[in-house]
Design a protein around this ligand. Structure first.
Ligand code: FES
Length: 109
């Protein structure tokens, strides 16, 4: 089976609690979020109007789109509130020392 490799993307000490950064994973923009339950990563793209989610308000393990406020679950990429309805891809997060590595989840379960 072809399993995607983890890709090193960032140093976790540079992401403050309830903040996000945008990184590149295999040519796709992904946000890494430091939440009260740990680090999570989903596509950096609101599925309502395709703008970046990076910098959106993070509460618990959810992020709000900075433009119209659609809320996404950072653990799964699920669109939780209108006006976004399409779920986003989510990424597995691996932490070694202070290095964050990501790889795309094969499914959201
Ligand atoms: S662009 Fe994100 S909710 Fe509209």
């Amino acid at each position: 089976m072809n399993e995607l490799a983890f890709q090193e993307v960032y140093d976790l000490t540079d992401i403050e609690r309830n903040q996000s950064v945008s990184v590149n994973v295999n040519g796709e923009r992904v946000i890494v979020c430091n939440t009260e339950e740990g680090f999570f990563a989903i596509e950096d793209r609101c599925s309502h109007a395709n703008i970046p989610l990076c910098g959106g308000y993070i509460k618990g393990t959810m992020i709000s789109c900075p433009l119209h406020g659609a809320v996404f679950d950072l653990k799964t990429g699920t669109a939780l509130t209108p006006p976004a309805f399409e779920n986003l891809k989510s990424y597995e997060v691996k932490i070694e020392g202070t290095t964050i590595s990501l790889r795309e989840k094969l499914s959201n379960e």
